[in-house]
Design a protein around this ligand. Structure first.
Ligand code: UD1
Ligand code: CA
Length: 462
């Protein structure tokens, strides 16, 4: 998503994120709540970066430590707003870094769906004037600042809901809050803003009247999609925008040819690359970055995180797969768990109630039922019987298990690591092995089977 700004002017972005989010009823600052696995404010930062912004200033206040910690990897100019005295006051905190000749774009940390395409339209609309507003027409404009236009439909001012007369409340065109202003003008006008209004706040929106006083034309762009300017104030709005965002991602995937059994029951919390003929059943969650080949089916209720999956792979229902690689032709599940650093080569099979951690399973090997395989290097065409456990942990250290090509491990075997099973070795069912097993031989640790004559079950005395 890299959309170049059309204007030659340098772009600087200021993101307002000082608010507490009282109605979230949470210890987490509002802008750190997550939408599709990414914090609200990071969605906004990503949009700003997609516009190639020269600098991004973040106005923070509530939950300062948490906000700073969670965004420490991002390149930001940090501007503290100790008291929240209004949107104008908030922008004032970032004024030092503003260049006179720049376009300054003001965004909100709690408006996550506003994308670079729309922002570019706003920048285009600004043309050679010194200010442009992003507005919207809403069926229910309640709560928003109203855009007041004159008889030539030029913008005259913005009136906040709390300061509005009944007549102004009838206006359905609203201020999204997002605007782009020339750096030098922003400095001049902000310095003139007062707080003589119903809320006793420094309103950023007062810039408009100041611009009009100087005979500036206030340009505007009306958003096509009102969801883009929606802010999040409570958990209901958070859930609604999450679904909306998921719907958009799902439609993008379907446009690329992915079959989603139900786009309403699909969640992508990250990014995904897919080949052709990928079929995803309901309630699948994809996280982090996943690469999925062609002709892959993913069964219902499966979670896939940071995975690389080859072609012709079948994943049945209820699997949890994380930070691992699955080569072409593998069969996984149902109810399989792959933990980080697992590598399955071509045509391997991992069946039900099998957990594999930090192991390499070579081509054609099968772990079909009820097993734990950890810290294991497994050769080709190995058959692991039901209930086989690699005992990789001695309470202090992890140890390796090596299993050679064509080995056959009987059911209910415990392999106490470190241990090596030779090529073609056969292990008798029910064995507990703590020493290496020789290649091509049968090894077992079972006691011989006995039958006692004349033995009777205990019974109660009458
Ligand atoms: C603002 C606009 C209004 C617009 C609406 C869109 C003003 C005066 N009004 O109103 O015209 O229709 O947004 O949602 O600008 N913030 C700070 N520091 C502050 C104040 C606010 O960081 O001192 C942040 C808030 O955390 C929030 C955003 O700025 O994310 C908007 O502030 P809010 O008080 O909600 O503005 P509104 O009253 O909704
Ligand atoms: Ca608001």
């Amino acid at each position: 998503m890299n959309v170049k700004t059309l204007s030659d002017k340098q772009l600087q972005v200021i993101i307002l994120a000082a608010g507490k989010g009282t109605r979230m009823y949470s210890d987490l600052p509002k802008v750190l709540h997550k939408l599709a696995g990414k914090s609200l404010v990071e969605h906004v930062i990503d949009s700003a970066e997609a516009l190639n912004a020269e600098s991004i200033s973040l106005i923070y206040g509530h939950g300062a430590e948490q906000v700073k910690d969670s965004l420490k990897e991002r390149e930001l100019i940090w501007c503290e707003q100790k008291e929240q005295l209004g949107t104008g006051h908030a922008v004032q905190q970032a004024i030092e870094a503003v260049n006179d000749s720049a376009n300054v774009l003001i965004l909100y940390g709690d408006v996550p769906l506003l994308g670079p395409e729309t922002l570019n339209k706003l920048l285009e609309a600004k043309q050679n004037s010194s200010i442009a507003l992003l507005t919207a027409n809403l069926d229910d404009p309640q709560g928003y600042g109203r855009i007041v236009r004159n008889s030539e439909s030029k913008i005259e001012k913005i009136v906040e809901q709390k300061d509005a007369s009944d007549k102004i409340k009838q206006i359905t065109e609203i201020n999204s809050g997002v605007m782009v202003v020339d750096g030098d003008k922003l400095k001049q006008w902000l310095a003139k803003i007062g707080n003589n209004n119903a809320q006793g706040e420094y309103y950023l929106t007062d810039l408009i009247e100041l611009a009009v006083l100087e005979n500036e034309i206030v340009q505007s762009y009306i958003v096509k999609d009102n969801k883009e300017i929606e802010g999040i104030n409570n958990k209901i709005q958070l859930a609604e925008l999450e679904r909306e965002y998921q719907k958009r991602q799902a439609y993008t995937l379907m446009t690329r040819g992915v079959t989603l059994r139900d786009p309403g029951r699909f969640d992508l919390r990250g990014t995904i690359e897919t080949g052709q003929d990928v079929i995803i059943d309901i309630n699948v969650i994809i996280e982090g970055h996943c690469k999925i080949g062609s002709n892959v089916t993913i069964g219902a209720n499966t979670v896939i995180k940071d995975m690389t999956i080859g072609d012709n792979v079948e994943i049945l229902e209820n699997c949890i797969l994380e930070k691992s690689t699955i080569a072409g032709g593998c069969h996984i599940g149902p109810f399989a768990r792959l933990r980080p650093d697992t590598k399955l080569d071509e045509n391997a099979k991992v069946g039900n109630f099998v957990e594999i951690k930090k192991s390499h399973i070579s081509r054609g090997s099968k772990v079909n039922h009820l097993s734990y395989i950890g810290d294991t290097e497994m050769g080709e065409n190995v058959n692991i019987g039901a209930g086989t456990i690699t005992c990789n942990y001695d309470g202090a250290y992890k140890h390796l298990t090596k299993i050679g090509d064509n080995a056959f491990i009987g059911s209910n075997t415990a392999l106490v690591a470190p241990i090596e099973i030779g090529d073609g070795a056969t292990i008798g069912a029910g064995s507990t092995l703590s020493k290496n097993a020789e290649a091509e031989k049968l090894t077992f640790t079972r006691a011989g089977q006995r039958t006692l004559d004349g033995w009777q079950r205990p019974s109660k005395k009458k």
